[in-house]
Design a protein around this ligand. Structure first.
Ligand code: HAM
Length: 403
């Protein structure tokens, strides 16, 4: 489903590796928990220091810096990431993301496009309680001045701040704004806001993003305290929050601009913007909202073979090659036991082979969902017959796939 949304907007699939040189991820920033505390990194047999990817954006930028594709480079991806976490509902050590990245375009209308794609994905899933929050972190200089102002503000709070936030303050004053701890609330509420530090250019860029979202009718809130967890962001940042999840794990996805990252990875100065959506949390939100239930695989035929099992091997192979979903009994169990499995499988029909049928080159097709009669037919006529009793030839049975 995700691929349908983004391919329809000109994005091509990229499959970055799960394992990268550690240096690719340290460029994300040494004030980022994802890098300093949450990365699975190790030295391999060739003495290379490598890491399981904690996210995909840095890999995409490394790939761009290495291969220099023509811009705009619009890619999408899906797959697992690894972060050292204490596992709990919505927070895992291995989790899946789907995402997009676009390199080479500065236009705020592109920020609008990527946000709109994620919004459309949630809409197609049927989620109605997703909230979009946006903010701008400005240019690097704006952000640096803001970080200093925040540092001064929180230092003045002294021991009024929680111990954890005092530790965070030393590493990254921006992240103190994320604290949900009781004593920090008042200091966060009175903290300076990034909006007063934005350059005219960054403010105009952010205005354009908001105008674009409004033009598309996408509801959003400007959240001045939104900072996001990764250091590479410049200007636009955004997050999709699920209405039904605990606040510590309610970010279903997020993204933003990271204009300096390709350069930091050895490529030319290249603007970039994108997002990643957490598949695990999105599915939790779907469960909570009762949308997008996983469809069980729907079987067309269940083959019951009481001649030893080889006939079932042949018949299921022929049926599957013709596009039917077919399962079978194993271990040469009795007719009664295999028919029980066939009934439980939910298949349209049972295709039955006994010694008589084997000798005559026929099979018995027994409808399982209606009370119509079972019919012996020539084996050579089985496919045509099944096409008349199932709609499988036009819609092969598949499970639902979020990616
Ligand atoms: P992120 O906010 O670190 O951003 O992760 C995006 C989403 O991945 C989160 O909103 C969440 O749904 C999911 N996620 C993160 N950690 C976990 C976890 N431990 N367990 C379950 N789900 C998790 C990024 O990864 C950036 N690369 C996004 C981006 C793309 N920015 C620009 N382009």
């Amino acid at each position: 489903m995700f691929a349908d949304v983004v391919e329809g907007a000109g994005y091509g699939q990229l499959i970055p590796p799960l394992l990268e040189d550690l240096g690719v991820f340290t460029r994300i920033g040494d004030a980022t928990d994802v890098v300093t505390k949450e990365m699975y990194d190790f030295v391999d047999k060739g003495d290379r220091h490598v890491a399981l990817r904690p996210e995909v954006t840095a890999s995409v930028c490394r790939s761009f810096a290495q291969h220099r594709p023509t811009v705009p480079w619009k890619v999408y991806y899906s797959g697992p990431n690894f972060r050292y976490e204490k596992p709990q509902r919505g927070r895992y050590r291995q989790f899946d993301q789907v995402g997009v990245e676009v390199l080479g375009v500065d236009d705020p209308q592109l920020d609008v496009e990527v946000i709109a794609l994620a919004w459309e994905f949630y809409r197609r899933l049927g989620l109605t309680q997703v909230r979009l929050v946006v903010n701008s972190l400005g240019e690097p200089d704006d952000r640096a001045r803001y970080v200093e102002a925040l540092r001064d503000h929180f230092l003045a709070a002294g021991t009024g701040l929680s111990e954890q936030s005092r530790a965070t303050l030393e590493r990254n004053p921006l992240r103190v704004l994320d604290s949900k701890r009781e004593p920090d609330g008042a200091f966060i509420a009175s903290a300076p806001q990034i909006a007063s530090f934005l350059s005219a250019e960054a403010a105009a860029h952010f205005d354009d993003v908001q105008r674009g979202l409004s033009a598309l009718g996408i509801p959003f809130a400007v959240e001045p305290k939104l900072v996001r967890g990764l250091d590479y962001y410049r200007r636009t940042i955004f997050e999709f929050q699920g209405g039904t999840l605990d606040s510590a794990q309610n970010a279903l996805g997020g993204g933003g601009r990271y204009d300096g990252l390709v350069e930091a990875l050895g490529g030319p100065a290249t603007p970039g913007v994108g997002f990643a959506l957490g598949v695990d949390r999105t599915l939790l939100a779907c469960d909570d909202e009762g949308v997008f239930p996983a469809r069980p695989v729907e079987l067309d035929a269940f083959v019951v073979d009481v001649t030893g099992g080889l006939q079932a091997t042949e018949i299921t192979a022929v049926l599957r090659a013709a596009g039917f979903a077919a399962d079978r009994g194993y271990d040469n169990r009795s007719m009664k036991a295999q028919m029980k499995l066939a009934n439980r499988s939910g298949a349209h029909v049972a295709v039955i082979v006994g010694d008589d049928e084997l000798a005559a080159g026929t099979v018995v097709v027994k409808p399982l969902r209606t009370s119509s009669d079972q019919a012996p037919i020539a084996r050579t006529a089985l496919i045509d017959h099944l096409r008349t009793v199932t709609d499988a030839s036009s819609t092969p049975s598949t499970g639902t796939d979020i990616t």
